[in-house]
Design a protein around this ligand. Sequence first.
Ligand code: AP5
Ligand code: MG
Length: 218
Amino acid sequence: MRAHALIFLGAPGAGKGTQAREVATHFGIPQISTGDILRDAVKRETKLGLAAKAKMEAGELVPDEVVCGIVEERVSEPDCRKGFILDGFPRTIAQAKFVDQMLAAKGRGKPLVLDIDVGEDLLLKRLMGRQTCSVCGEIYNTYFNPPKVEGICDKDGGKLLHRADDNEATIRQRLEAYHQQTQPLIEYYRGQGALLAVDGNKEPHEIAKGLLDYLSRA
Ligand code: AP5
Ligand code: MG
């Protein structure tokens, strides 16, 4: 894989986290999820967490300068030297321009963008049914990919948690924010000629196989 930065784009529930985990493990590069970093800060009640909490609970985007600061700091860590995956970032044109500048400053080329597309009717069910392991972050779904024992992670026995923003009212607001602020990035990256459209309606392992095949040759 030639690109230094991979970007996972897609609506809430499209499967960004699910697929980014597979790709990160396969290529041995870190998966940087701004959502995960922000949720961790909210849990630990840090200054960042306190600033982001209300926006996240409302299903709105956290300000650009806050998330750009998080990413800038994270990608300067040594494990990002071989490359990295951005999951859920950028989400606005301003964030996308920030990524371009950041990569240019590091002497890296353009990012490779994977846009996961899923029918809108499926997204709500995916999010309402999502459960995440509190220990390893493995992602399950009560409808599509249930754990062997209810509420318990198959991999490490960790407790599975339901995200606070996975309720119907907040999901609708998150989808609105996606349509208004994030969807325009598809055209932005199509213009740069580095966008791969990924059919996210298939089985997770089928999507992962297609992605890994593509990235191994890209
Ligand atoms: P974030 O955590 O990024 O949430 P999101 O974008 O709403 O996306 P999700 O994590 O909900 O979905 P996903 O695509 O990762 O799906 P997953 O793989 O889990 O952001 C949360 C909040 O933080 C934002 O609302 C905002 O406030 C803030 N924030 C974060 N980044 C920001 C930024 N850059 N700028 C500003 N604010 C920011 O899958 C979902 C479910 O579906 C799972 O249960 C999974 O098992 C299942 N599933 C996955 N794939 C399939 C499949 N192929 N078939 C069947 N089921 C599947
Ligand atoms: Mg996610």
